[in-house]
Ligand binder design. Structure first.
Ligand code: GDP
Ligand code: IMO
Ligand code: MG
Length: 423
């Protein structure tokens, strides 16, 4: 049986959490395949805001299993905090949450290295969430990491100490920063004690046995395509494969298991942290988008940079992910603008128009933007696209044409019911 996926097509924060939560009850399990507590997936339950960092967004659906896959990096402190925070909405959480034994662990010293190395970059900061993501993935690919399956082994303390010592040696090259390692270490081991009650699984077999029984599974992406370590705006990216290809390695399933790839894109673009952003608006319009969209990071609270929808970027994302259908979110945020923009070509360093995402978008001279008429629409119960204002429909049509992929869902507010489906 197949695996479907929901993943971000831009620079993260497209509204993945809301959409996964909505779709989750059509699946037997929701599986996170990469990223870690750098993610912040917001959903609303009876008006209450919940932000998930490591837990999959199927956790609030009482008949749905949830897997933290091997591609995820887990900070026990954040995970335990999060479990306690959401437990009143998911009292049976421990019965439905499974953790891959192969997932890597974020140690306090990973966070310390993240902070020290970001500080040392000065003007060239990535704008990391400082959750220890990069250093943890470095240890994974450097073959030094500590994995969740080791939490229950007698070797845990010794492995922890050995890795910590390596980190302390490494940290000697950086100027000192404030970091209370003793306190953080205490919190880490306390959290580890709590995690013992979870179900650690040999995840490729766990996935295979569900698929053999005919289950439908949903893979949940974190971050977004342009933050992918291989295909994104390197080096201003995260340290994992956020794209569809990462689902196979991050869960231990065959690429041929994938069926539907739902690509989520906001009706405009945002980016939090540093790095190229071709359609960015550093003016009053950008400020207006930030206010209307409440564009402040779910994990760090930082203001998000805003810009028009970028069709060159969107088409690139659809291409490398094999997106089958689009979910456009936050269309309500464009309400009341006289004109709305669609960036439809890049202008390269020589001044020529191009439809290609270059290796380094910072080399672009600019973007060409087509302005379409705006609309005024009071979101209410809507049955289908035909009930939307003509100008909004035209914008959506141009967007899908540019992306080369049809739309299947349109989100017009943060709550579960603010969603048009089966389009
Ligand atoms: P994620 O990381 O992709 O899950 O997205 P975030 O949760 O970081 O950011 C998306 C924000 O937009 C959250 O505050 C959501 O509650 C909110 N949101 C999601 N969909 C919509 C929508 O259609 N309209 C509006 N106005 N807000 C939305
Ligand atoms: P969700 O899943 C938006 C950004 C950071 C920084 C860069 C590297 O909520 O969409 P890292 O901490 O991974 O080393 O940071 O990536 N970033 C995100 N931006 N949404 C996210 O996740 C992000 N996770 C990381 O701001 O620029
Ligand atoms: Mg987010």
């Amino acid at each position: 049986m197949p695996v479907d996926a929901v993943l971000g097509l831009q620079w993260g924060d497209e509204g993945k959490g809301k959409i996964v939560d909505f779709l989750a009850n059509q699946y037997q399990a929701v599986c996170r395949f990469q990223g870690g507590p750098n993610a912040g997936h917001t959903l609303y339950l009876e008006g209450e805001k919940c932000v998930l960092h490591t837990l999959p967004s199927g956790i609030f659906r009482s008949n749905v299993l949830n897997l933290i896959g091997n591609g995820v990096v887990i900070d026990p402190i954040t995970l335990v905090g999060e479990m306690e925070r959401v437990r009143h909405h998911a009292p049976d959480l421990n019965e439905r949450l499974f953790v891959s034994e192969r997932a890597h662990l974020i140690l306090p010293t990973h966070r310390w290295i993240d902070m020290a190395s970001e500080q040392a970059r000065g003007q060239e900061k990535i704008g990391s969430t400082l959750r220890g993501i990069g250093p943890c993935y470095m240890d994974k690919t450097g073959r030094n990491g500590l994995r969740a399956g080791e939490l229950r082994m007698p070797s845990l303390r010794a492995s922890y100490q050995a890795l910590k010592e390596k980190h302390l040696q490494f940290l000697k090259q950086f100027p000192k920063i404030d970091f209370d390692l003793d306190a953080e270490e205490r919190r880490w081991f306390e959290a580890v004690d709590h995690l013992m009650s979870l179900r650690f699984v040999n995840s490729p077999y766990w996935m295979a046995s569900l698929l053999d029984k005919g289950a439908n599974l949903l893979a949940e992406g974190a971050q977004g395509t342009m933050l992918d370590v291989d295909q994104g705006t390197y080096p201003y990216v995260t340290s994992s494969n956020t794209i569809a290809a990462g689902i196979s390695t991050g869960l231990g399933i065959a690429p041929s298991s994938l069926r539907r790839i739902v690509g989520i894109a906001k009706a405009y673009c945002t980016r939090v942290g540093a790095g190229p952003f071709p359609s960015e608006l550093e003016d009053e319009t950008g400020e207006r988008l930030r206010k209307a969209g409440n564009e402040f990071g779910s994990t760090t609270g930082r203001p998000r940079r805003c810009g028009w929808m970028d069709l060159v970027q969107l088409r690139y994302a659809c291409l490398i992910n094999g997106v089958t259908d689009l979910c456009i979110t936050k269309i309500d945020v464009l309400n009341g603008f006289d004109e709305v923009g669609l960036a439809d070509a890049y202008i390269d360093a020589e001044g020529n128009g191009t439809q290609e995402m270059p290796m380094d978008p910072a080399t672009l001279r600019g973007v060409s933007v087509t302005k379409l008429p705006g609309w005024n629409w009071t979101p209410s119960k809507v049955g289908g696209l035909e009930q939307l204002p003509d100008a909004m429909r035209h914008f959506i049509e141009m967007l899908c044409k540019g992306a080369g992929v049809p739309i299947s869902m349109l989100s017009f507010g943060p709550e579960r019911e603010h969603l048009l489906t089966d389009l």
